[in-house]
Write a protein that binds this ligand. Sequence first.
Ligand SMILES: [Fe+2]
Length: 197
Amino acid sequence: MTDLPFTFTLPMPEVIPSNYDNHIERRLSDLRGQCLDQEAYAAMLAQENSLVYEVYEIKRPEIAGEILMGVSIVHPGKVGREFYMTKGHFHTVINTAELYYCLRGEGFMVMETPEGDTDVQPLSSGRVLYVPPRWAHRSVCTSRQEDLVTFFAYPANAGHDYGTIEQLGFRKLVVDGSRGPEIIDNPRYQEQAAREP
Ligand SMILES: [Fe+2]
């Protein structure tokens, strides 16, 4: 790793960084327990452990003052009516923000705070999203054919808390409705667990 300034490119249409250190693949099995339609999930997983999303990371020291960057690619697809999505997370250092720049595709960022505030923002090519400190975030691809591709940057000491979302879920979900994507309340949201200290 260098401490000299550097550049890289995000060449269209693949938008895979010209230089990266880490390529993470998340498959259907990584979303265990997270999907609204558990029967559809089990049936799909029995057929194939499909690739749901990928992340290309540019490594930096995970310390305050540094910035971590990368590209997230959520593939098109659905489990039942629910669009393919990332696991979603809070930052372990919860008072840290994140910046997203959507390069390609259509979708949403589903967000919520520990206090129960919720927000769902649309993502499309050219749109910048600011996720303030304290907001958990999950990207959802609603394109039928195309990947949802975002460039992200966040403080390098933020860390990832996946466990809270794995345990409780998000309060809002994005599903395929009769007139396109719909944002619904998550009937499986673990209210009881959320109230426990
Ligand atoms: Fe994040």
